[in-house]
Structures are given as structure tokens and as C-alpha cells.
Design a protein around this ligand. Structure first.
Ligand SMILES: [Zn+2]
Length: 216
């Protein structure tokens, strides 16, 4: 049953012109919030024409929304250990085109934090996978909660979305917080030599819907 989370409110909104390293540019409007349950400084980036979203899958047009978990190494430094930077870049362009929001969630390393993520990387150099490493450090495989993401959507007046994600847990948790997911839209798969094992593990252990391109 869906349980509506505590009410959050918009604290500030301001225009933020974006330009990525590859030259892609778009105008965002960034929102901060009061009353988010975990007290973290999560952000919503409104992109494109979110008041008149374009249908992405032929169904009813609702805003396209990507909840993106912060990854300092991937998002800022373009680390090839994961696909976060490429995922974020893809999401911004697709949402700018369709109309919707990137929810930038401050939950590094699937919620375990930046230093612990680096410790997990060190363990992975010894041969364990990304989920086993979290367990070895005394964390759960995935500690992310999307309650704050649902609060942000409610505060923005967006109860119905098209969810840009391959992660079934995001859909499950958002639904349980009263967000209607009209459609789940898969993201691209950004494979590199350095992240292929990580992506395969995500697909196997996290039930992510990843459609790996076949080697040419
Ligand atoms: Zn990452």
C-alpha cells in the first residue's frame, strides 16, 4: 500500500545554465527543499518543458524523471570504474528533450558514503564484487532510500512520472511512497573495459534491466 511520506516544501528555486565538457548546453532550474526526511541537501533539476512534457513511449505524457545517486568520482572526475557520469549526462539531455526532472540524490556509494565507497573499491581490487564489498564493510548491499525523492516530487506537484531508470528498486520504493509510475524508461548501457564487471554485477545481483551490447 502506498504511504504518503511527510510533506516537504520548496525552499529555493533558481535558474542554472548548464554546459557539459562535450559542449552540450541546456537551461535548468534547480530546486532545494525544506523537510526532507534524511536531512541531506538533495536537489531537483527541472529541464526542458516540464509543464508540457513530450511523451517518450507513446503513452500519456508525464514528466520524465531520473533519480540519480551522487557519485563524486564518476559525476565530477569521469571515473571509468562505474557508469554514473555517462548516465547523468545521458539523463540531462533526454530529460531536456522530453521535459522533466533529474533528482540529484546525495547518497554516495549506494548510500554508504564516499570514503566507504573507496574502501569497497580497494576490496574489489582483491577480487570481491561491488555488493560483497559493501557487505564485508558492514553495510547492506544497497542502503539507498528514495523517500526523499518521493517527497521532492510531491513538493514539485509531480505525482505521476515516467521513470528513467533500469533499477526496479527505485520504482518499487517510489510507488510505495505514493508516486505513480506511468512508465519505466530504460537508460542506455555505458560499457567500458574498466566498468564491465561492475555492470554485469549490477545486472546479476541488483536485478537491473541491462541490455548489454554484443561485442562487434
Ligand atoms: Zn559511480
Amino acid at each position: 500500500m502506498a504511504l504518503r511520506p511527510p510533506t516537504a516544501t520548496i525552499r529555493t528555486q533558481v535558474a542554472l545554465p548548464l554546459r557539459f565538457a562535450d559542449g552540450f548546453a541546456t537551461d535548468a532550474r534547480v530546486f532545494s527543499f525544506d523537510g526532507l526526511v534524511d536531512g541531506r541537501e538533495h536537489l531537483a533539476f527541472a529541464l526542458g518543458d516540464r509543464t508540457a512534457p513530450r511523451s517518450v513511449g507513446g503513452r500519456r505524457a508525464v514528466p520524465l524523471v531520473r533519480p540519480h545517486s551522487e557519485c563524486l568520482t564518476g559525476d565530477v572526475f569521469a571515473s571509468q570504474r562505474c557508469d554514473c557520469g555517462a548516465q547523468l549526462r545521458e539523463a540531462v539531455e533526454r530529460i531536456a528533450d522530453a521535459g522533466g526532472y533529474v533528482l540529484y540524490l546525495r547518497q554516495e556509494g549506494r548510500g554508504i558514503g564516499l570514503y566507504s565507497k573507496l574502501e569497497a573499491y580497494a576490496l574489489q581490487e582483491g577480487g570481491v564484487d561491488t555488493y560483497e564489498a559493501n557487505l564485508a564493510l558492514g553495510h547492506a548491499e544497497d542502503e539507498r532510500s528514495y523517500v526523499a525523492a518521493a517527497q521532492m516530487l510531491h513538493a514539485l506537484g509531480v505525482p505521476e512520472i515516467a521513470l528513467l531508470s533500469n533499477n526496479p528498486d527505485k520504482a518499487r520504493q517510489l510507488r510505495s511512497c505514493g508516486v505513480t509510475i506511468v512508465e519505466q524508461v530504460p537508460t542506455g548501457v555505458h560499457v567500458s573495459a574498466a566498468n564491465i564487471r561492475y555492470l554485469e554485477t549490477k545486472a546479476r545481483r541488483g536485478d537491473h534491466m541491462l541490455d548489454f551490447p554484443r561485442p562487434a
